[in-house]
Write a protein that binds this ligand. Structure first.
Ligand code: NAG
Length: 223
């Protein structure tokens, strides 16, 4: 009787646990966090901005990771879209899957915020790793004595975080999709189809309990 109860207990707990986790959360896959993650995937297509400094960089490097990125073009895994086409590329290519958009952080966040303002949904995640640092600078005549003073102010402005502040103030909903959770609470109504695994678990559990019960009786009977 002891083994039978134990088996039943384990299987019931397993079944309840599976049911609970199935009802509560849905896991969101976030497969790309570095440029290397993207290159390691032999199927994903990268979208870079057409006619940009980044395109120029890709087309001019002769070695290293950006050369590897450029080599993807022959394989059909690298495409270029103009800045005006990026938002549409996100909704029509990145959202269905199979594509990633690679651009300057503020550009990507701006696009995601714009889409959120229209749809109210955060359908994208931004990689943890950043690369291609991009700076805004003040240029002046060579030898201008004001340059050291200007440089100091630029450094102060940068470290004060004012650019980030302006970005948040100017772009509506700019912070709405910054933290994309890796699990989301499921709100869609459950259908029988999405619960098939649970029924398989239940059937398997009941079958194993019956077998365990019979075995137990069998052993007791013959000993
Ligand atoms: C921010 O997003 C919400 C939800 O999509 C939208 O209703 C609202 O108009 C957006 N705010 C602005 C200023 O666009």
């Amino acid at each position: 009787m002891g083994i039978w109860m134990l088996t039943t207990l384990v299987l019931t707990r397993g079944y309840a646990g599976t049911l609970m986790s199935l009802l509560a959360v849905r896991h969101v896959r976030q497969p790309y966090h570095t440029l290397m993650d993207v290159l390691d995937d032999p199927e994903v297509i990268q979208i870079w901005q057409k006619n940009s400094a980044n395109e120029q960089l890709l087309r001019s490097v002769t070695s290293g990771i950006y050369r590897e990125v450029m080599n993807q073009e022959e394989l059909g895994l690298l495409i270029f879209r103009t800045q005006g086409q990026l938002s549409e590329s996100l909704t029509s290519l990145v959202k269905p899957g199979g594509h990633v958009l690679i651009d300057v952080d503020v550009t990507v966040r701006n696009l995601i915020a714009g889409i959120f303002s229209q749809s109210g949904r955060c359908d994208y995640f931004v990689s943890r790793d950043g690369f291609l640092p991009s700076y805004g600078v003040v240029a002046s005549q060579k030898g201008n004595p004001l340059i050291p003073a200007i440089s100091k102010r630029v450094m102060q402005l940068t470290s004060s975080g004012i650019f980030e502040y302006w970005f948040e103030k100017q772009i509506p909903n700019s912070t709405s999709c910054l933290i994309t959770p890796s699990t989301v609470v499921e709100r869609v109504p459950l259908s029988l189809a999405s619960l098939w695994g649970v029924f398989v678990m239940l059937a398997a559990g009941l079958t194993s309990s019956v077998i365990a019960f019979c075995l137990e009786n069998f052993i007791t009977y013959f000993s």
